[in-house]
Design a protein around this ligand. Structure first.
Ligand SMILES: [Fe+2]
Ligand SMILES: [Fe+2]
Length: 298
């Protein structure tokens, strides 16, 4: 039932056409897995500056740091604050948990002005963002079930909890368009390209159900550095793997970020739950791949 709702065009044509963000469209730039280290100062500053010029919002879906160190987050925070004057929305990734400093990393980035989401939602320029890290567990018939050992049940419960957090974040949004920001993949199609043996560690189908229920306009995630850039949920919602290495490999001649274009809502309609759940679908008009791209900034 494509086309029954407000149009959503997804693409990144603007940076190629050299136009500035227009007033009737919100341009959302997304790039994940920047993996900032202690010595990364300035590493992505040119890319961030390019994003700030061409987008209205920047989304960073996790693996912001390499070893999950607060010191690494401070380096990233400095590059963001010096280059990016547009609103930023982020979630943490698994790397950000590596050194048990995730809370401090989130605080450092929050202090730098980033809207860090963990089962929360934020509205930016009339567009709703629901964010959660997500978790592993596998896809479709391969999804791990909570059976047997306590350790398996604990593992599966983490996956269920992340899906519940995503659902409650989405439930808070009353905007016409909602973007889901995840680190782990909610569908298998955007992890394909990685070895099949590790698919279960790259995401979970449990994350897909809330996306469908709340009819999100688009999903961005990372984590699978060698996955596939574009996929869809089973109901046709566009899913974008925006991990930096993948964007560089997929679109070598273009800047390493994806732009999602969402019509700017002049008045914020309150979508009834009935309409939210059954009445509208965002139209996905996928642009040619050449419109999405990789930056000169490496
Ligand atoms: Fe990563
Ligand atoms: Fe990751």
């Amino acid at each position: 039932m494509h086309g029954s709702g407000p149009n959503l065009s997804v693409g990144s044509g603007d940076q190629n056409r050299g136009t500035m963000p227009s007033s009737d469209t919100v341009h959302i730039a997304a790039v994940s897995d920047v993996h900032y280290g202690k010595h990364s100062q300035g590493m992505l500053q040119p890319l961030f500056a390019q994003i700030a010029e061409r987008a209205d919002v920047l989304v960073l879906p996790g693996d912001l740091t390499d070893y999950g160190l607060a010191e690494e987050a401070r380096v990233l925070a400095r590059d963001l604050t010096s280059s990016v004057k547009i609103p930023i929305v982020g979630v943490l990734g698994n790397h950000d948990y590596e050194s048990d400093q995730a809370e401090e990393i989130a605080r450092i980035l929050t202090d730098a002005g980033v809207h860090m989401l963990d089962g929360d939602a934020v509205e930016v320029q009339g567009v709703g963002f629901a964010g959660v890290k997500g978790f592993a567990g596998g896809f479709g018939r391969g999804t791990l079930g909570p059976w047997g050992e306590r350790a398996i049940k604990t593992f599966v419960q983490e996956s269920v909890n992340e899906a519940l957090k995503l659902e409650s974040a989405l439930a808070r949004l009353k905007t016409a368009h909602r973007i889901a920001v995840l680190h782990y993949a909610p569908v298998q199609s955007t992890v394909e390209g990685e070895p099949a043996e590790i698919f279960p560690w790259l995401g979970s189908s449990r994350l897909e159900e809330p996306l469908t229920r709340y009819q999100v306009s688009a999903v961005v995630h990372g984590h699978a550095h060698k996955g596939t850039a574009v996929g869809h949920t089973t109901t046709g919602i566009p899913v974008y793997n925006v991990s930096l290495p993948l964007l560089r490999a997929t679109y070598p001649d273009q800047p390493a970020f994806r732009i999602i274009e969402v019509p700017r809502e002049t008045a914020m309609p309150v979508i009834s739950d009935e309409r939210r759940m059954h009445g509208r679908r965002a139209e996905d008009r996928e642009p040619p791949a050449t419109r999405v791209a990789d930056a000169p900034a490496r």
